[in-house]
Design a protein around this ligand. Structure first.
Ligand code: KET
Length: 456
């Protein structure tokens, strides 16, 4: 006997297994369409309004991203005193996003140049951009570049570069474990997990001293299996603002090389730590100088303010030119099915600046001004807390470097500041100093003071 078939209409279900039943069901459908003209043969099973009919009905609502979600909440707040210190994005003294002058200039040149077109870029991106990006991070006189041992591919900003590097390693490297510092940028574990690597952690930050847990750092790398990948923040560690000294970097390098660990640098803030592009690249250059292999993901989101252009690069330094060119051929196989090839506009802006001596100098001046404004915000916030006699030692605000201060405020204090003072920040107590201005420092200091004294 044939299994019964269930016919479902918007309001009637009929089970039939014989020609007689089928006739009955035809009648039933006729009846439905007479009573409800919308329930015609065509839309019987696809009601546009009933959510329960959706093939995605089982989906739970996902939480907002811990960093970008802060901006979503901020945008919904009607308060005139609201302050967004969540995302690491530079703001002027007036609290406005900044488009650098050099960027405006080059964009104008690009628009005026009618010989330009919008053809696809190669899979690996704009050749000039790749060469100049490698020079920027490794140094113009880098032997690795001169010996053609570096392959650089243009990717979708820092995140895309990390993801492409992660997928390449998951496919072709003999070790599939990557060690991340605790804490680290919240997206790191997700990027590398989805790339196919398994994520482990190494100690990095000591809450008690609000400084580097150097001993823990060395111990954890020392006990990592040989060959493991190690993610290192090139400078301006996010979220802690705590970097090793150059002497400490040298010890880290020796340990990494002696255990044949593979360094993967994330360079999202070159120029933002010290105000100097070269000084901030020193840790990476230390590792390149020993002739060993490594990966670097570069982002131009912060140092050129090209956040939404999604422009960055992945470089892999290899032992020989021959290996580097085979690595590049395999990177193309990672990129092509992911997004085919990268966008042209942002990379053209960067290449235009990096290849022109005058524009490059102008950029370094603008970059230094951004870094200096952040440093001055640190001092102003520190002074404001001191003048309020806010309990605690706040010297870490002026000691930490880069875009962020890792305040030490806990999640409960953060939500108090958001609810009562309309100050938005990540729940780990990180504040983006770049979002602060002389006008808003007193408001933030009042909020921190209230949050801290209230908990006493
Ligand atoms: N690495 C680090 C360490 C980092 O802080 C960011 C961004 C990125 C990579 C990626 O940036 P991209 O825009 O893909 O070039 N951090 C800020 C923004 C974000 O979370 O997306 C932040 O921490 O606020």
């Amino acid at each position: 006997m044939r299994p019964p078939v269930i016919l479902k209409t918007t309001s009637i279900s009929v089970t039939y297994s014989s020609p007689c039943d089928r006739r009955l069901s035809t009648l039933a459908r006729h009846f439905v369409s007479v009573c409800d003209p919308m329930a015609s043969e065509d839309n019987i099973s696809a009601s546009p309004t009933a959510a329960s009919d959706s093939v995605f009905n089982h989906l739970l609502r996902a939480p907002e991203d811990p960093i970008l979600g802060v901006t979503v909440a901020y945008n919904k707040d009607p308060s005139p005193v609201k302050l967004n210190l969540g995302v690491g994005a530079y703001r002027t003294e007036e609290g406005k996003p900044l488009v650098l002058n050099v960027v405006r200039k080059v964009e104008q040149q690009l628009i005026n140049d009618l010989s330009r077109n919008k053809e696809y870029l190669p899979i690996v991106g704009l050749a000039d951009f790749n060469k100049l990006s490698a020079k920027l991070i490794f140094g113009a006189d880098s032997p690795a570049i001169q010996e053609n041992r570096v392959t650089t591919v243009q990717c979708l900003s820092g995140t895309g570069s990390l993801r492409v590097g992660g997928e390449f390693l998951a496919k072709h490297y003999h070790q599939r474990t990557i060690y991340l510092p605790t804490p680290t940028w919240g997206n790191h574990p997700k990027v590398f997990n989805l790339a196919g690597l398994s994520v482990e952690t190494y100690r990095y930050y000591a809450p008690a001293t609000r400084g580097l847990d150097f001993q823990g750092f060395l111990e954890d790398l020392g006990s990592a299996p040989s060959g493991s990948i190690v993610l290192l923040h090139a400078c301006a560690h996010n979220p802690t603002g705590v970097d090793p000294t150059l002497e400490q970097w040298e010890q880290i390098r020796q340990l990494i090389r002696s255990k044949a660990l593979l360094p993967f640098f994330d360079s999202a803030y070159q120029g933002f730590a010290s105000g100097s592009l070269d000084a901030d690249a020193q840790p990476v250059r230390l590792f390149v100088a020993d002739g060993g292999e490594l990966l670097v993901a570069q982002s131009y989101a912060k140092n050129l303010g090209l956040y939404g252009e999604r422009v960055g690069a992945l470089s892999i330094v290899c032992k020989s030119a021959d290996v580097a060119s085979r690595v590049e051929s395999q990177l193309k196989l990672v990129i092509r099915p992911m997004y085919s090839n990268p966008p042209i506009h942002g990379a053209s802006i960067v290449a235009g600046i990096l290849k022109d001596g005058d524009l490059f100098n102008e950029w370094t001046i603008e970059l230094k001004a951004m870094a200096d404004r952040i440093i001055s915000m640190r001092q102003q916030l520190f002074d404001a807390l001191r003048s309020r006699e806010t309990p605690g030692d706040w010297s870490h605000i002026i000691k930490q470097i880069g875009m962020f201060t890792f305040t030490g405020l806990n999640a409960e204090q953060v939500s108090f500041m958001t609810n009562e003072y309309h100050i938005y920040m990540t729940s780990d107590g990180r504040i983006s100093m770049a979002g602060l201005s002389s006008k808003t420092v007193p408001h933030l200091a009042d909020a921190i003071h209230a949050a801290v004294t209230r908990a006493l």
